[in-house]
Design a protein around this ligand. Structure first.
Ligand SMILES: Nc1ncnc2c1ncn2[C@@H]1O[C@H](COP(=O)(O)OP(=O)(O)O)[C@@H](O)[C@H]1O
Ligand SMILES: N[C@@H](CCOP(=O)(O)O)C(=O)O
Length: 352
């Protein structure tokens, strides 16, 4: 048997786009890339556990132990669900990552999608795209990032209502889906991990005007998505829900129109479901989103928190640098330094 190599690429994502909390996501031109080599065992190359190397964003903090790293733990979960108790021998994985951790640009969603695809490739399982999504949704329970990272573009998704048995399978604690440590010497994990119900996630890809680019203004601090979800209320007023539903309905079509209409989009990117609560964690958020407008910044269409933050996403057709530099000034007044990147909407995950 000869050496096998393949490459998995998964894009960054920006979820919510204002009113679409846990519903819409946009794939953006920063990539998580895995280069995988599987060398057949031989006298010169005896079986060995997977080796991981890592460059780019998060290189100084990401675990390189395959039983601790999110991507490889997800891959192992997929393998175990298919009756394969461990990684194949002699797998080496080099990860190059452009997606900053904990900034609201979908780094964990990308790592999860990469892990499911990795598991499918290592086990030669040939998982269909919808099944990849099912596995990803067992780990990352909101569909917006993982769906956009998998299929690419501007995407809306929902989770199917599950029957009682499937609900139980899908509500297993993550620690059981992804046990963190290898089994003790001489033992193997059982082959009965919770299987994802079939067809959990459903999505549709919206149109996207080719004129629109994304300015990501990225504060130099991390905010975990879990922490940014803890501050959200468990119930909302009808007024606030209607506010968001009205805007989301308009936004999904407005971002496909040529030319895009800033007056329509700026208002349609406002939100009352998550951003008002997250401002306590992101000093400067309300000032940036209310002081940078299409009137003050020609070319701007709309501005919102990217995912759970702290990154700010500005959609624009021009004036990118002024938008970013003025946001920098506002954040600096709050003692926060930022980096910014001009990004494009890209296609989804690939294996080559
Ligand atoms: N490429 C990666 N490999 C391994 N773990 C990752 C990778 N990307 C993200 N993670 C994990 O996900 C965490 C960030 O997830 P999260 O808080 O949801 O923020 P984000 O908005 O970046 O998705 C990181 O601290 C790290 O533990
Ligand atoms: N809808 C989620 C999206 C989280 O995205 P991330 O990129 O911050 O992980 C939320 O707003 O909590």
């Amino acid at each position: 048997m000869s050496q096998r190599t393949f490459t998995v690429r998964v894009p960054a994502t920006s979820a919510n786009i204002g009113p679409g909390f846990d519903v819409v996501g946009l794939s953006l031109s920063l990539w998580l890339t895995l280069k995988v080599t599987i060398t057949p065992s031989s006298a010169e190359s005896p079986p060995s556990p997977p080796t991981l190397s890592y460059t780019g964003e998060g290189a100084d903090e990401v675990p390189l132990d395959a039983y601790k790293n999110l991507t490889t733990r997800v891959a192992l979960y997929v393998l175990r669900c298919h009756g394969i108790p461990k990684f194949p021998s002699n797998v080496s994985i080099h990860v190059d990552n452009q997606i900053p951790f904990g900034r609201g640009l979908g780094s964990s969603g990308a790592a999860v999608i990469a892990g499911v695809i990795l598991g499918s490739e290592l086990g030669q399982l040939n998982l269909a795209q919808s099944r990849v999504l099912d596995f990803a949704l067992m780990v990352e329970r909101h569909p917006d990032n993982v769906t956009a990272a998998l299929v690419g573009g501007f995407v809306g998704s929902y989770l199917r209502e599950l029957d009682a048995v499937a609900t139980e399978a899908a509500s297993v604690p993550l620690s059981e889906v992804l046990p963190e440590y290898p089994p003790d010497a001489g033992e193997e994990w059982g082959l009965n991990p919770p299987q994802p119900p079939i067809g959990i996630g459903h999505y549709v890809r919206f149109g996207w005007s080719r004129a629109i680019r994304a300015v990501a203004i990225i504060p130099r601090f991390e905010l975990s998505t879990a922490k940014a979800r803890e501050v959200l209320p468990t119930s909302y007023s009808r007024k606030d829900l209607v506010f968001n539903l009205q805007r989301l309905a308009v936004l999904t079509t407005a971002l496909a129109q040529e030319p895009p209409d800033p007056e329509l989009i700026y208002e349609a990117m406002k939100d009352r479901v998550h951003q008002p609560y997250r401002k306590t964690l992101i000093p400067g958020l309300p000032e940036v989103t209310s002081n940078i407008t299409p009137l003050s910044h020609p070319g701007l269409l709309g501005i919102c928190l990217s995912g759970a933050g702290p990154t700010i996403l500005a959609l624009a057709t021009d004036g990118y640098e002024k938008i970013a530099e003025d946001a920098r000034i506002i954040f600096r007044e709050k003692g926060i330094e930022v980096d910014w990147k001009l990004l494009d909407v890209v296609g989804g995950s690939t294996i080559s």
